[in-house]
Write a protein that binds this ligand. Structure first.
Ligand SMILES: C[S@@+](CC[C@H](N)C(=O)[O-])C[C@H]1O[C@@H](n2cnc3c(N)ncnc32)[C@H](O)[C@@H]1O
Length: 248
């Protein structure tokens, strides 16, 4: 254990003890442990090495080269679950973490998920055995019969402005796909399309919820064809736009 901690600390891992414990649990042999620690030293995200991430109390399968679900996205899940949806689209689903967490909180939901990256789609299919997972560009692959039936569209779409990607930690920019990070010039290229195209798919009274940053939120609210409000959680350092019919 001590040797692994020393190696991880030297590689700059802030939570070296916790990581060492997880790697020791996961490795079957000394050689395997050495390989795993070596990959961490090279900067791979811990979750891609372990093959899973903890998200909203669930263990989500994480394959090499996919976006690692972030803790802050729990706010998106909580806000969506509070709307008690029956039909949900997890747009830009990545591993499917958001959909999986929603299905755990709201058992029996009819769940659809979409991602443009085939590697993410394959991973989401593992995490969402009871959902229909589609590969393609936003709403394009969804079945036409779903138009007007969706209670909630949730999206954690890429929202890092192109110029800011270079400032992200190497763990993200070198080991997560660019299509998962780069949201275009102001970071809102994909999110804007998600919110603007949502009304065609929403059931009466339906909502679209999008994770964004506090700085970007006013821009996204302005782009929304539906009345939108901003929710923020200081502890999670998370911001979510909730767009739909005005409450009360
Ligand atoms: C920030 S990651 C979030 C993944 C997942 N929702 C989560 O929270 O862990 C953004 C995801 O959007 C996907 N994506 C990017 N552009 C897309 C598009 N035009 N249509 C569908 N998915 C897209 C990426 O492949 C990536 O998986």
């Amino acid at each position: 254990m001590a040797e692994v901690v020393t190696r991880l600390r030297a590689a700059g891992c802030v939570f070296a003890e916790d990581e060492a414990r997880l790697l020791l649990e996961a490795a079957g042999t000394e050689t395997e442990l050495d390989t795993m620690v070596g990959r961490r030293e090279q900067g791979l995200p811990l979750e891609q090495i372990l093959g899973w991430a903890r998200f909203c109390g669930l263990r989500i399968a994480v394959e090499p080269g996919v976006f690692v679900p972030r803790g802050r996205t729990e706010l998106l899940v909580r806000q969506a679950a509070a709307l008690a949806p029956k039909v949900v689209v997890d747009m830009c689903c990545g591993t499917g973490a958001v959909g999986a967490a929603l299905a755990a909180l709201r058992p029996g939901i009819e769940l659809y998920a979409v991602d443009i990256d085939p590697v993410e789609v394959a991973c989401a299919r593992r995490n969402l055995p009871n959902a229909r997972v589609f590969a393609g560009d936003l709403y394009e692959p969804l079945p036409a019969a779903l138009r007007g039936r969706v209670d909630v569209v949730v999206a954690n779409a890429p929202y890092v402005p192109t110029d800011a990607v270079a400032m992200m930690p190497p763990e993200a920019r070198d080991h997560e796909p660019m299509v998962a990070l780069d949201g275009g010039k102001d970071g809102l290229d994909i999110a804007r399309r998600v919110i603007q195209e949502a009304p065609e798919w929403l059931a009466p009274g339906g909502h679209v919820l999008i994770e964004t940053s506090e700085r970007q939120a006013p821009e996204l609210v302005a782009a929304s064809p539906l009345p939108a409000r901003v929710t923020h959680d200081e502890e999670l350092w998370a911001t979510v736009i909730v767009a739909g019919p005005l409450q009360g």
